[in-house]
Design a protein around this ligand. Structure first.
Ligand SMILES: [Cu+2]
Length: 108
């Protein structure tokens, strides 16, 4: 019994370490900057004309910078909204934590 629980725990860990590259995008316009140093969900899909809102639930200041666009600083508890009106896949990062925090918005 204890062995089965351990295996289940390992499976969850492995899924968590898989990175976002092959994660199925989630249809939502809300992204959380979750504890700690994460965009959640990391990959989303929205419709053209939708506004995506990033909300900082973490204990640190983060930013949202869509590639080629301006950087938006988001303090703890604050949020930033960006409208996407052209179909495509948009990569973005937190410029303070580029290594740990990035994601994509796919606009259909
Ligand atoms: Cu950050």
């Amino acid at each position: 019994m204890r062995f089965a629980v351990l295996l289940a725990g390992l499976a969850v860990l492995a899924a968590g370490c898989g990175g976002g590259e092959d994660a199925e995008p989630v249809a939502t316009t809300d992204v959380r900057m979750a504890k700690s140093y994460r965009f959640e969900p990391k990959a989303i899909t929205v419709a053209s004309g939708d506004t995506v809102t990033w909300t900082n639930d973490d204990n640190f200041t983060h930013t949202v910078q869509v590639d080629g666009q301006e950087d938006h600083e988001v303090d703890r508890g604050d949020s930033v909204s960006i409208m996407f009106d052209k179909p495509g896949t948009y990569h973005y990062v937190c410029t303070l934590h580029r290594r740990d925090m990035d994601g994509t918005v796919t606009v259909t």
